[in-house]
Structures are given as structure tokens and as C-alpha cells.
Design a protein around this ligand. Structure first.
Ligand code: NAG
Ligand code: NAG
Ligand code: NAG
Length: 527
């Protein structure tokens, strides 16, 4: 009896360790998506939401970030998964901005209930649904722009009706004042016609530029540049000249490093989503004279995406995900080095800028970094200390994990052998089918020893096992004479892993049901 329960405990520990090792070695791989949000806060690029145009389900509840304080190669991205703390329902077409170290997520469409506004506070690592005074509406497929006074401008877009479904085009200048959390309305005198999928960017003089987009009939011209003055709450329009891009929507819009030019990239100009050829996908608007031109570009030119997002990070325009790119041949992230206005460079290598890692505003950060044209080799920085030690912690965990895993495995095999000889009974760790096959590679070793017991009912006492496993791990560790520091590390790794696992199980179950619902509701989804 004792032997039997000990064997099952050992098996469970063994299972945990194998999963642990596996998780350490298998990086988080986010799904491809479009119409997500990408928000840079304190050197982390946070990605949330979106959908997949191919079979149209709204992407599940993934929330993750890319650490841009360190160098990276876009072909070996190391995403950090925060999905377990996410409270925002699966959604698409929202917009997000950063105010101080808080992410504000507005609007979007979900298959279920969804609040108009969510905030994610980096300091507390918490999501919340703030209460905001005044009249608001929930919209989607718009671009929120935040000014330097904590006001978020949410112009036009598609109204989400009471049922949470896509509604009509709406032309309003909804403003969220984040200082006293109140909704306000801006002027519409001289405003452009209602649209969505448009381009928008804040200029250094506190004006917002709006151009292009789609109004349910056609892709709109980029020869008209609409300017909203956030200080005086008034609109004006400029007629652009030069190499005017064809009318388009779903492109990205960012401000150049010198604050004197607007860069647009990607998008489409036909309703059947034909990608632009490279020569027609990247344009610059000189905001001194409102002249469009095509920049000189070198490096490996990527396939043009649409419904992607672009952020200015250091010397780069960082393009994330989208529709129509080639995830295998290129990456979920594209990098355009825009530090030299005479020649932009598509590259796979990101090198962080040496200056101010924790600047209060990403926009002003990039503007102030402007002038001198530093080439990549000269500003290759030394890796910051904290990141290195952060990286080494999981490594220690993995090494210790595999060490104990090996030992425990032998124990486990021994016990299993003995116990199997005595009784053919079902004492098998939780069934693998519980987990998403994509994320959970079943260790081969498990199968070698021929667990024919897997055919029996699996026993899955989740929370109890958590404690048991945890205590047992301690005992084992003591036997192995590990230093208390290592022990603590391992404990933490274990605790985290168990939490992750439970989250994953819950999440996968939820995701499955969500995508089932979405597939049945495909007709809702009408571009
Ligand atoms: C951002 O910081 C400013 C200055 O410290 C403060 O006045 C403002 O309330 C903050 N806003 C938010 C949303 O935290
Ligand atoms: C919030 O502050 C603005 C000024 O910044 C003011 O006009 C508005 O009335 C305030 N709203 C509330 C609800 O206090
Ligand atoms: C808004 O009005 C102010 C004051 O009349 C003016 O100086 C400014 O140029 C206007 N802004 C725009 C974008 O037309």
C-alpha cells in the first residue's frame, strides 16, 4: 500500500520534472494574428488580442511581451508569456496606448461580454476595469493616440452595438482623460469623413495626423492629410504632393526619429487583400512640406503585411504580426532600421539604443535620440546585469531539474517495475490529452516503459497533487544536499510551473470552447 502510493507520488514528481524541463526548453510561441495591439512600455513590447483572418476565429487569451532592452534576432524571438494574469476576454480590433507605466486598452470586439476599457498596470502587474465618468461608446478598428497630458484620442471607427456585434461607422472624437478618468468629446468641425483601418500618428507639436482608411465603400486617399490640434481642439486639412501612395487601409503609421517625417508601411488597396509589392509598401510623408516620397531601402525586403502594428523602438520601426506575411520565411517581427534617413535598412538584428532605458514616453524617447547617425556596431551595448541573472535562474532550474529528473526517473522506473509486477493497476499521472499537443511535447521516455495502464481511468486530483508534489520535491532535494539558495530557486520554479500548468489546462479548455463558438459564428465577421 505504502509502496504503491510512493510510486504514484514519484511518478507525479517525475512527470512534473519532465514537463518542467520541457517547458524550459520549449519557448512560448504565440499564434499568428492581425488587428492585435502592440504597446511599448518600459522596454517591453506587449502584444494582446487579435484574430486570424484565415479561419476567422478571434485569437485566444494570449498576453505576452518581447523584451527590447536586449539585443535579439527576429528569427530567434524569445517571447515572455503573461497569459495567466490576463483578464481581458479574447477580442480583436481594440486599440492600446501607454500612459506612464499603464497600458490602456480601449474598445474591440469579443464573442462574449467585454468592458469598454481595461488597464494593465506594470507596477502591480495587474489588470483592472476602471470606472470612467461621462458618456462613452465602444468602437473597434480605430487607432487611439495619447498626447503628453494623458488624454487618449479615439476618433471614428466602427461602433460596437449593444449585442457586442459590429455596428455602423461612427464619426466622433471620443477623448479619454486618464488624469480624472472622464470621457470627453472633441470637435468635429472640419473633421474627415468616418472611416476605420486608417493611419494616425501624434506629431511633436501635439497635432495628430489622420489619413487613408476604409469607409465600407473604398480605400480612402492619402493625398488628404487631416490634422487635429489637441491643444485647441480644431481640425484642418492639407493636400499632399509628391509620390502620393494609392488609397489604402490596414497600413501602419509611425513618426520618424527626427520628428519630421511620417512613415507608413503595408496595408492593402483592394478589398480582396492583395499585398502591395515592396516598391509600393513603404512611403514617407515629410511633414514640413506635406510631400510624399519613397525612401531608399536596403536589406532583405519582407513580404508586406496588413493589419499589423508598428512601434518605434530605439532606431527601428518594429512591425509585429499582421496578415499576409510569411511567418516561416521571415518572422512575426520585422525590423526596419530608420536611423539614417538617406537609407532605411531591413534587418533581422535588433540592437537596443544605449540611452535612457526607462524614458517616460516612447515617442519623446525616439524623438530625442534623433540626430546623430550611429551605425549599429558602435552602439552595441553590454547586456544589462538583471537580465542576465533572470536568464540564468531558469537555466539553473532546468539543470537541477534534469539532474533530479534523471535520478527520480530511475527511482520511478524501479518502483514502477516492482509495482507493475505486483499489480496491474492504474496509478498514472494526469492524462496527457488534457493538454494542448502543440505546447506540450510528450517526453519520449514515458512511452518506453509501456504504461498500458493509460487505458484505464486517469486520476486527476489537481490541487492535492500540487501540495504533495511540492513537499515531496523538498524531501528529495534535502537528500541530494543542495544549497538552500538552489533549493529556493527550485521551489520557485516548481511553484511557478505548477501554476502555469493549471492555468494552461484552464486556458486550453476555455480556448477550445471559445474557438468552437467563433467557428459557428463566422458570418458575424464581415470586413
Ligand atoms: C501619469 O503621471 C503623471 C505625473 O506623475 C500623473 O499626474 C498622472 O496622474 C499619471 N497618470 C496615470 C494614468 O497614471
Ligand atoms: C476632468 O478634467 C478636465 C480638465 O483637465 C475637466 O475639463 C473635466 O471637467 C474633468 N472631468 C471631471 C469629471 O472631473
Ligand atoms: C486651431 O486654432 C488655433 C487658434 O485659432 C490655431 O492657431 C491653430 O493653427 C489651429 N489648428 C489647426 C490644426 O488648424
Amino acid at each position: 500500500m505504502f509502496q504503491k502510493s510512493l510510486a504514484s507520488v514519484l511518478l507525479w514528481v517525475l512527470f512534473q520534472l519532465l514537463v518542467e524541463i520541457n517547458c524550459q526548453m520549449t519557448p512560448f510561441t504565440p499564434k499568428q494574428r492581425e488587428l492585435h495591439t502592440a504597446t511599448l512600455i518600459n522596454n517591453k513590447l506587449y502584444i494582446l488580442g487579435g484574430d486570424d483572418l484565415h479561419d476567422k476565429p478571434i485569437i485566444g487569451k494570449e498576453f505576452f511581451y518581447l523584451d527590447v532592452s536586449v539585443s535579439f534576432n527576429t528569427q530567434e524571438l524569445s517571447w515572455n508569456d503573461l497569459s495567466s494574469i490576463d483578464i481581458v476576454p479574447p477580442h480583436t480590433g481594440a486599440t492600446a496606448v501607454k500612459v506612464n507605466s499603464t497600458l490602456f486598452l480601449y474598445g474591440g470586439r469579443s464573442d462574449g461580454l467585454m468592458a469598454t476599457l481595461y488597464t494593465y498596470d506594470l507596477q502591480g502587474n495587474t489588470w483592472s476595469i476602471p470606472t470612467v465618468t461621462g458618456i462613452n461608446s465602444r468602437k473597434e478598428l480605430l487607432t487611439g493616440i495619447v498626447d503628453h497630458n494623458g488624454k487618449i484620442y479615439l476618433w471614428s471607427g466602427l461602433l460596437i452595438d449593444a449585442d457586442g456585434k459590429e455596428g455602423n461607422l461612427v464619426n466622433d472624437m471620443l477623448i479619454l482623460n486618464t488624469i480624472n478618468l472622464s470621457w470627453e468629446q472633441g470637435s468635429l468641425i472640419g473633421a474627415p469623413t468616418a472611416r476605420y483601418y486608417y493611419g494616425a500618428v501624434l506629431l511633436p507639436n501635439n497635432n495628430i495626423i489622420y489619413t487613408g482608411g476604409y469607409d465600407n465603400k473604398a480605400e480612402l486617399t492619402l493625398s488628404q492629410i487631416y490634422i487635429y490640434d489637441t491643444i485647441n481642439d480644431n481640425w484642418t486639412v492639407k493636400t499632399a504632393s509628391g509620390q502620393i501612395p494609392s488609397g489604402r487601409d490596414g497600413f501602419s503609421t509611425v513618426l520618424g526619429l527626427d520628428g519630421q517625417r511620417v512613415i507608413i508601411f503595408g496595408g492593402a488597396n483592394t478589398f480582396d487583400y492583395k499585398n502591395f509589392v515592396p516598391e509600393d509598401s513603404l512611403y514617407i510623408l515629410n511633414i514640413m512640406n506635406f510631400e510624399w516620397y519613397i525612401p531608399k531601402v536596403s536589406g532583405p525586403i519582407p513580404k508586406t503585411p496588413m493589419f499589423h502594428r508598428a512601434n518605434i523602438i530605439g532606431n527601428y520601426m518594429v512591425v509585429s504580426f499582421g496578415y499576409g506575411y510569411d511567418a516561416k520565411a521571415q518572422s512575426d517581427i520585422l525590423l526596419l532600421d530608420i536611423s539614417n534617413n538617406d537609407e532605411y535598412i531591413w534587418t533581422y538584428n535588433f540592437v537596443p539604443s544605449p540611452s535612457s532605458p526607462s524614458s517616460p514616453s516612447s515617442t519623446s524617447q525616439s524623438v530625442t535620440q534623433s540626430s546623430t547617425l550611429t551605425s549599429s556596431p558602435t552602439n552595441s551595448p553590454t547586456l544589462p546585469q538583471p537580465t542576465q541573472s533572470n536568464k540564468s535562474l531558469p537555466m539553473i532550474g532546468a539543470i537541477l531539474g534534469s539532474l533530479f529528473g534523471g535520478i527520480l526517473f530511475s527511482f520511478g522506473c524501479f518502483f514502477l517495475y516492482k509495482w507493475n509486477k505486483n499489480k496491474q493497476k492504474d496509478v498514472i499521472p494526469p492524462h496527457y490529452d488534457l493538454y494542448n499537443q502543440d505546447e506540450m511535447i510528450i517526453p519520449k521516455e514515458i512511452n518506453i516503459h509501456d504504461f498500458d495502464a493509460t487505458n484505464h481511468e486517469p486520476m486527476i486530483p489537481a490541487p492535492v497533487i500540487t501540495n504533495r508534489n511540492y513537499n515531496n520535491a523538498q524531501v528529495v532535494n534535502n537528500n541530494e544536499r543542495v544549497s538552500s539558495q538552489d533549493l529556493d530557486d527550485l521551489k520557485n520554479v516548481f511553484r511557478q510551473e505548477i501554476q502555469n500548468l493549471r492555468q494552461e489546462i484552464l486556458q486550453n479548455n476555455r480556448q477550445t470552447s471559445v474557438s468552437n463558438i467563433t467557428r459557428n459564428n463566422n458570418n458575424l465577421y464581415n470586413y
